[in-house]
Design a binder for this molecule. Structure first.
Ligand code: PDD
Length: 288
C-alpha cells in the first residue's frame, strides 16, 4: 500500500499529494506547522502540539475551521494506514490558495497538510552515549521566531553549515551575543548542578520538549533557571545539551570544536535523559 498523505480534505498517495502553485504557504511561507513524535504507534505530547498550533494560528489570524478532534482523527487514520510504529507526524496549515497578493485574501480557506514519515529514534540513544557537536552561527531570523512558521530559510542555512562542519546542530547567536537556540532544537547548559535555558520570548521557539524537560527536572528537584546565556558562558559550562521532538535530549560535547567540560556526556545530561525516556515510556510504551 502506498504511503498516504492528507491534503485539503483528501487522503492521497504521498507521491500524488500536492497543493496549488498559488498556495500562500508556497508563495509567502504564510503558514504554520507542527512536528510531533509517534513512538510505538502513539503520539507524544499531542495536546501540547495542538495548543501551540492554535496559538500560532490565532497570532497570524489564520482561520482554521477544523476542530482538534477532527485533526486527531486524520492523524489517527494516517498512522493506521501507514502502519509506522516510530515516525514523525507533520502538520502544516497555510492561509490558503489565492491569486498572489500580499494582503490576506478575502475568500481563502486554510489548507491543511498532514504526513507521517518513518523516523528512527534509536539513533538518538547511540548519540546520547557519544554526545554530539554544535557549531555557532549568527541568528539571521526575523524577530518573531516564537511563531512556528514555515519560513525557515535561516534555519536551513544554519543547519547546512552544521552538516558541512560535521556537526549535529548550529546554535544561533543573537545580536545580544546570547545563545538563542539551535536551528531546530532548544539549547541548554549546566552549571553547578543547575540547568539553564533561554527564557520564553520572541527570540526562541517555545519547544514542547523544552517544556517537558523543565517540568521533569523540577519534579526531580533539579533546579532550572530560565535566563539567557552567552557563548562564553556555554564554553565554560560543566555540560551542555539540546532538546526537540526529533532529539528528545542529546548531550552537547563540543561547541565550535571546543570541548564542553571533559568532552564527554556528563552526569546531569544522563539523569535528565533518563527522566525524558521514562516520560516517553509512560506516554507511549517506547523504551530506549
Ligand atoms: N523543530 N527551536 C526551533 C527553531 C525548532 O524548529 C524546534 C523544532 C525546536 C524544538 O521544539 P519542539 O521541542 O517543540 O520540537 C526549537 C522541529 C522538530 C522541526 O522543524 O523539524
Amino acid at each position: 500500500m502506498p504511503q498516504l498523505a492528507y491534503v485539503d480534505g483528501r487522503f492521497l498517495a504521498l507521491s500524488e499529494a500536492g497543493v496549488s502553485v498559488e498556495d500562500r504557504g508556497l508563495q509567502f511561507a504564510d503558514a504554520i506547522y507542527e512536528v510531533a513524535a509517534v513512538m510505538n504507534g502513539a503520539l507524544l505530547d499531542w495536546p501540547q502540539h495542538l495548543a501551540r498550533m492554535r496559538r500560532n494560528l490565532a497570532a497570524l489570524f489564520i482561520d482554521l475551521a477544523m476542530s482538534d478532534a477532527a485533526l486527531t482523527a486524520i492523524a489517527g487514520r494516517l498512522l493506521r494506514a501507514n502502519a509506522q510504529r516510530d515516525a514523525l507526524l507533520y502538520l502544516q496549515v497555510t492561509r490558503g490558495t489565492a491569486r498572489r497578493d500580499h494582503p490576506f485574501p478575502k475568500a481563502a480557506r486554510a489548507t491543511v497538510i498532514m504526513t507521517v514519515r518513518r523516523f528512527d529514534f534509536r539513533q538518538r540513544v547511540a548519540q546520547q552515549r557519544s554526545g554530539i557537536a554544535v557549531i555557532t552561527v549568527n541568528d539571521m531570523r526575523w524577530r518573531r521566531v516564537d511563531l512556528k512558521t514555515t519560513g525557515l530559510l535561516a534555519n536551513v542555512l544554519a543547519k547546512q553549515d552544521a552538516r558541512a562542519a560535521g556537526a549535529f546542530e548550529a546554535w544561533l547567536i543573537g545580536a545580544d551575543d546570547m545563545v538563542h537556540e539551535g536551528a531546530s532544537t532548544n539549547a541548554w547548559i549546566v552549571k553547578a548542578g543547575r540547568i539553564i535555558t533561554h527564557p520564553l520570548s520572541e527570540s526562541i521557539l517555545p519547544g514542547i520538549a523544552r517544556a517537558s524537560l523543565i517540568r521533569l527536572a523540577r519534579g526531580a528537584q533539579i533546579p532550572v533557571v530560565e535566563r539567557a546565556f552567552s557563548l562564553a558562558e556555554a564554553l565554560a559550562a560543566d555540560e551542555a545539551l539540546l532538546t526537540s521532538t526529533t532529539a528528545p535530549l542529546l548531550p552537547v560535547v563540543r561547541i565550535d570544536s571546543v570541548a564542553v567540560g571533559n568532552g564527554t556526556p556528563g552526569p546531569v545530561a544522563a539523569r535528565l535523559a533518563a527522566l525524558v525516556w521514562d516520560d516517553i515510556a509512560a506516554q507511549t510504551g517506547w523504551r530506549p
